[in-house]
Design a binder for this molecule. Structure first.
Ligand code: 5AD
Length: 340
């Protein structure tokens, strides 16, 4: 195990060059030395502040359908889970929620669903155009999984700005085990298509997946760089009781924060959310201190949020969207940030 005197220069090198090797990244991911970790997070924070100042970007996410044709082993809404009641919102309903979020001050609307082919490219196109017609300054992010190139192109032409499609794990064998019938190569093809169409590309991965090694995590981080992503969501795996991985151990939040901090050094300009999975039991301040610059808030009505349970989490919505945003702005201010 490298000593402190060897690890601090590695952090400096990563920050100065935005380059790192698997070996260097692994040495930081396994490090438990407090001095080294404090140095890593302080460096990540200063890189974030040099790029974004005090800003933390707040997004509204609308989870418009929990129907999914995939059977990802970790996901609570995978198609094999018979205990979930499924819902789909019609375009007007989605638009109503989007308008409410825009009126409440949110500048980005994220439209997310399971992989649900019920939504034709025209249906989602109508939603994208509706949002842009309501307020052209609002950014539209899609997160609806693997679709045909022509769908991606059509939505881009309708005005969609960004697309989230995580690689989840960069290890092809592990990817295939966790996503029966799906391949990492196809996922990366989708990412390349989206990038070429001019979307701001969002990727990301889970930390602590059963069968995942620390070396694989280092490769995950390097893949973000290779794919030239604009955004990356990094969150711990949380076992869901109605999945094949119900009995597996959950991912470590400390390790996730290290991965976040290293990613910040290698991709200074990327938007890195304090993922919901990471902050589900508190820990938002730690994620922000490790280099995260984005927070997503749910604009999905509480009853439907409950049915969109990718991983177990408590849904309690006591506040309106506007109040939620206000509370977050105040919390961020108390941490020395400006919510935008
Ligand atoms: N634990 C943590 N994150 C999960 N996701 C899906 N299932 C889980 C889980 N059990 C993440 C994936 C996906 C995003 C929508 O949620 O990274 O891309």
């Amino acid at each position: 195990m490298p000593r402190e005197s060897e690890l601090l220069p590695i952090i400096d090198k990563l920050a100065a060059t935005c380059q790192g090797t698997v070996k260097e990244i692994v040495s930081l991911l396994v490090c438990e030395d407090e001095t080294v970790l404090n140095y890593l997070f302080a460096k990540a924070l200063s890189v974030k502040k040099a790029v974004f100042g005090q800003n933390i970007y707040i997004r509204a996410i609308i989870e418009f359908s929990n129907v999914c044709h995939c059977c990802c082993c970790y996901c609570g809404i995978n198609r094999g889970n018979q205990t979930v009641s499924r819902y789909r919102m019609v375009p007007d309903e989605i638009l109503g929620l989007a308008y409410e979020a825009i009126d409440a001050g949110y500048g980005t609307i994220v439209l997310q669903s399971g992989e649900d082919m019920y939504y034709t490219k025209e249906m989602l196109g109508e939603v994208i155009r509706g949002i842009k017609a309501y307020d052209k300054r609002v950014a539209v992010t899609l997160s609806v999984g693997e679709r045909a190139y022509e769908d991606y192109a059509y939505w881009r032409a309708c005005g969609a700005d960004r697309y989230l499609i995580k690689h989840e794990t960069a290890n092809a064998a592990l990817y295939q085990r966790l996503h029966p019938g799906h391949r990492l190569a196809s996922r990366l093809d989708c990412q390349r298509q989206l990038w070429a169409l001019g979307y701001e590309l969002g990727s990301g991965f889970m930390v602590g997946l059963p069968g995942q090694t620390i070396e694989m995590l280092a490769v995950d981080i390097l893949l973000l760089q290779k794919m030239q992503v604009s955004m990356a969501g990094i969150g711990p795996f949380i076992p869901h009781p109605e999945t094949a991985l119900a009995g597996a151990a959950k991912g470590d939040t400390g390790l996730t924060n290290k991965a976040l901090g290293i990613t910040r050094l290698l991709l200074p300009h990327a938007h890195l959310p304090a993922t919901t999975a990471l902050t589900v039991q508190g820990g938002r301040a730690e994620a922000l201190a490790a280099g995260a610059d984005v927070i997503m808030q749910k604009a999905t009505p509480a009853a439907k949020q409950q049915l969109y349970e990718i991983y177990p989490r408590l849904v309690k919505e006591e506040y309106s969207l506007k109040e939620k945003r206000q509370l977050l702005l105040e919390q961020l201010e108390s941490l020395g940030y400006i919510g935008v």
